[in-house]
Design a protein around this ligand. Structure first.
Ligand SMILES: Nc1ncnc2c1ncn2[C@@H]1O[C@H](COP(=O)(O)OP(=O)(O)OP(=O)(O)O)[C@@H](O)[C@H]1O
Length: 508
């Protein structure tokens, strides 16, 4: 059998946890091989081993049939293994070409020849259908295009094996389609791909085979064409998963959040959000749908107080909070699951229990007479860890940095929901979560609503918006296109609204 990569019986232990416990993954030449597993199952660890960032405690790695020790990422690069990370590693003010040749040419003592490099980038771009402009500046191009720059960077360095780590998490639906085409072009040209993703639909759309791991162990490798989404989900979590949440119609009451004529600027546009008006009531979930960059980030920054408003008014329980400080808004009962968990959600070097009290540490029972009540803090953290299934090596005292991405996310969601805010703002709450965790988080959002609280859900996933919300407000280019009842709309109608077509305008 023609395998480009074989990882055989890999074991890797961290304090308190066996992240990889006898994992075997064999990648055939020219295939797209999905790697599927719950949050914390050990996918990133396995890929870090392949990329030379960790050495395995046990097991063998073969590249093109030859046993190899991959002691650092440079060795991985030399062996033709490249990785597109979730967080791009690009220098914003530099051009595409400058970013791609950064570090490479000078080390070999060659003169920097931008033009030759740009030409090669153009050729690669054409050959694989990437459409990358070698002279564009990174800060001026979309997230989807930045990802393509990362792909060209690997091709430029002659990578044969490409690892994609949750590549679609940051992309729009159109960009996802384009990326899938690109991945197919890549394998047609002889490259081999490992795709880490939680999205079963995407596995069905592009992958040839799929290896499923659970709690550090290989469960099996399946042919994707012969395996249904439900079967893959069940292999992964060890039980059946329902893909649609059970939800009764909401019974909205008084207005909790009232936004009137809100305009917001951002670093690039004076009117990133234009005269936006919306009420969110107790006992309802309002979804904000929109393609990334259409004003949702600014709207949330306005409500939470992270960015000053240009004009307009925000009222919470009838009181004007437009000029209130962030901390005071939290005290009044506004909870926020932020979009960027590492920048705004967590202090990575603090433990789980310290992160669980960031907003309330000075209040009883966590603080008494100016001293922290360690016992109360521990109990609170343990409750969240248990309810939200936050997996870590050492429980409440694990540094948050050591948690897998999905488990960091579950910890933030747990913290915000358990604070029981009157208004919960959830921005992309399930990004990076496995299907089992998504099912649970959706249930908790609906329970929060059913307790009579208001929920504002911002998501790029139309499925999520449609399944969880009661009403949906659609944003396009900073403007409210319309508000529809979730029960009376569908993906088609929302898709048109996302493009700016108002309800009733039609396309006939
Ligand atoms: N550097 C580290 N130190 C300590 N523990 C770690 C470290 N890296 C990972 N772990 C632990 O190893 C386990 C596997 O984590 P890993 O990041 O590989 O999971 P994953 O499958 O990629 O999860 P996700 O889907 O959430 O990204 C987790 O329990 C995590 O807490």
């Amino acid at each position: 059998m023609d395998y480009v990569i074989e990882m055989l019986h890999i074991r890797k232990e961290f304090p308190g946890v066996v992240a990889n416990d006898d994992i075997t993954l064999q990648l055939k030449r020219g295939e797209i091989h999905a790697l599927l597993g719950e949050n914390g199952a050990g996918k990133s660890t396995l890929m870090s081993i392949l990329f030379g960032m960790y050495l395995p405690d046990r097991g063998t790695i073969k590249v093109n049939g030859k046993e190899t020790a991959i002691s650092n990422p440079n060795v991985a690069n030399r062996l033709g293994i490249g990785m597109v990370h979730q967080h791009f590693k690009l220098v914003e003010p530099f051009t595409v070409t400058e970013n791609i040749i950064l570090g490479g040419e000078t080390r070999r003592g060659m003169m920097l020849d931008i033009e030759t490099a740009a030409k090669r980038i153009e050729e690669l771009s054409k050959r694989y259908g990437l459409n990358v402009d070698p002279y564009a500046k990174i800060e001026d191009i979309s997230v989807g295009m930045q990802q393509r720059v990362e792909i060209v960077k690997m091709l430029y360095r002659e990578a044969d094996v490409l690892i994609f780590d949750e590549p679609t998490a940051v992309l729009t639906p159109q960009e996802i389609e384009d990326l899938q085409k690109i991945m197919k072009n890549l394998v047609q040209e002889g490259k081999s791909i490992i795709l880490i993703t939680h999205k079963l639909k995407e596995i069905k759309a592009v992958a040839d085979r799929c290896t499923v791991i659970r709690r550090g162990r290989t469960i099996g490798t399946v042919e994707v064409a012969e395996t249904g989404e439900a079967a893959m989900a069940e292999m992964m979590v060890g039980r059946q998963v329902t893909f649609k949440v059970a939800k009764t119609p909401g019974s909205p009451r008084e207005t909790v959040l009232s936004i009137q004529d809100l305009s917001m600027a951002n670093n690039k546009k004076p009117e990133a959000l234009k005269r936006f008006t919306l009420d969110v009531r107790a006992g309802e979930i309002v979804g904000i749908a929109g393609v990334e960059g259409n004003g949702q980030a600014e709207l949330i920054e306005g409500i939470t107080g992270l960015r000053p408003v240009s004009s307009g008014r925000i009222a919470f329980h009838g009181r004007d909070i437009t000029a209130l400080k962030v901390r005071d808004r939290i005290r009044q009962g506004i909870g926020h699951i932020p979009e960027d968990r590492q920048k705004r959600g967590l202090v990575l070097d603090y433990t789980i229990e310290e992160n669980m009290i960031l907003e309330v540490y000075s209040q009883p029972p966590y603080s008494k007479g100016g001293l922290l009540n360690r016992l109360a803090i521990r109990k609170h953290a343990e409750h969240i860890i248990k309810s939200f299934d936050v997996r870590s090596g050492e429980g409440p005292v694990s540094a948050v940095r050591s948690l897998s991405g999905g488990n960091q996310q579950k910890a933030i969601i747990g913290r915000e929901i358990e604070q029981d805010p009157d208004l919960l703002i959830a921005v992309q709450p399930t990004r990076g979560l496995d299907v089992g965790s998504i099912e649970y988080i959706h249930k908790r959002l609906i329970e929060h609503r059913d307790k009579g609280k208001a929920v504002l859900l911002v998501s790029l996933e139309l499925d999520e918006i449609l399944n969880v919300s009661d009403r949906i407000a659609v944003l396009n280019n900073g403007e409210l296109v319309g508000i529809v009842n979730a029960a009376e709309t569908n993906e088609g109608e929302l898709g048109l609204m996302l493009a700016g077509v108002k309800k009733g305008e039609g396309t006939a």
